[in-house]
Design a protein around this ligand. Structure first.
Ligand code: ARG
Length: 261
């Protein structure tokens, strides 16, 4: 997919990915940078289950959602190439340059065994923490709660990712709301890269509000409940190219098995 941003973002790779994405998508879009998580700043006090996934030096590269004191749901593509010693989870830290909150090591990384590439689905992972997080957890949708995805439903996204397609990360956690998009419409945008059983799209037809690089792994909340995981998109906030999120209901039972293991 032209301009598809599928790579796991690391601090080192970010500039390269952003530059490549800019070059690839520039001809297709109005060049003006658009605010991405184009909403507002917020805090981990307001969203206590919002976790930073970081490297061993506590440099954030993805988001995650605390679903039990020792379990975090994130994206499989965030964990490719990572090991239990290369990753940390940081809770209660609103700012990337903060030093507060709770830092935990990871004792186990479960990546969906079917995961190959974001455009093939199965983009879900569960981390087991060595240290319990003293924060309120998020509920996640059950396998039968498929009606939450009805087109036009308001969903909330969160992250520290880039605030424009070619821009830098946000030091402060941001949030925005975006409407869910019908499967047929999303298939119209992305063709066979959109796997309806495993993905759900969200965004405005006109673009302007979206997740972007560094937001991956973080939550898409519907009615305050974890219903999606930031996964991929063509560029960021482009008209006609909504964000694509892992369809949590499809993986709910698998995640529960991991949460209980
Ligand atoms: N793959 C990106 C990440 O690793 C997330 C991209 C989301 N893109 C979008 N247009 N919604 O951070």
């Amino acid at each position: 997919m032209f301009g598809l941003t599928r790579a796991r973002r690391t601090a080192a790779a970010a500039a390269t990915v952003a530059a490549a994405t800019a070059l690839l998508t520039a001809p297709a879009a109005v060049a003006a940078p658009q605010p991405v998580v184009g909403g507002t700043t917020t805090t981990t006090t307001a969203y206590p289950f919002m976790m930073q996934i970081t490297d061993a030096s506590q440099n954030q590269f993805c988001g995650g959602t605390l679903v039990s004191p020792t379990k975090v749901v994130t994206a499989a593509h965030c964990m490719v190439g990572e090991t239990t010693s290369s990753v940390r989870v940081v809770g209660g830290r609103t700012y990337l340059n903060g030093t507060n909150g709770t830092v935990s090591r990871v004792s186990r990384i479960w990546i969906h065994p079917g995961y190959t590439d974001v455009t093939n689905g199965d983009d879900v992972a569960v981390l087991t923490l060595s240290t319990s997080m003293p924060y309120t957890t998020a509920k996640y949708v059950t396998s039968t709660q498929t009606s939450v995805y009805a087109a036009g439903t308001t969903a909330r996204v969160l992250g520290w990712g880039t605030t424009s397609q070619n821009g830098g990360s946000s030091n402060q956690l941001r949030t925005a709301t975006v409407p869910t998009v019908s499967d047929s419409s999303c298939a119209g945008s992305y063709g066979s890269d959109f796997v309806a059983s495993d993905m759900v799209c969200a965004g405005y037809t006109s673009g302007g509000v979206d997740t972007c690089q560094g937001d991956s792994g973080g939550p898409l909340l519907i009615g305050g409940v974890l219903a999606g995981i930031t996964s991929w998109g063509e560029g960021c906030a482009l008209a006609g190219h909504p964000g694509v999120y892992t369809r949590m209901a499809t993986f709910s039972n698998l995640v529960t098995a991991q949460v209980n293991s």
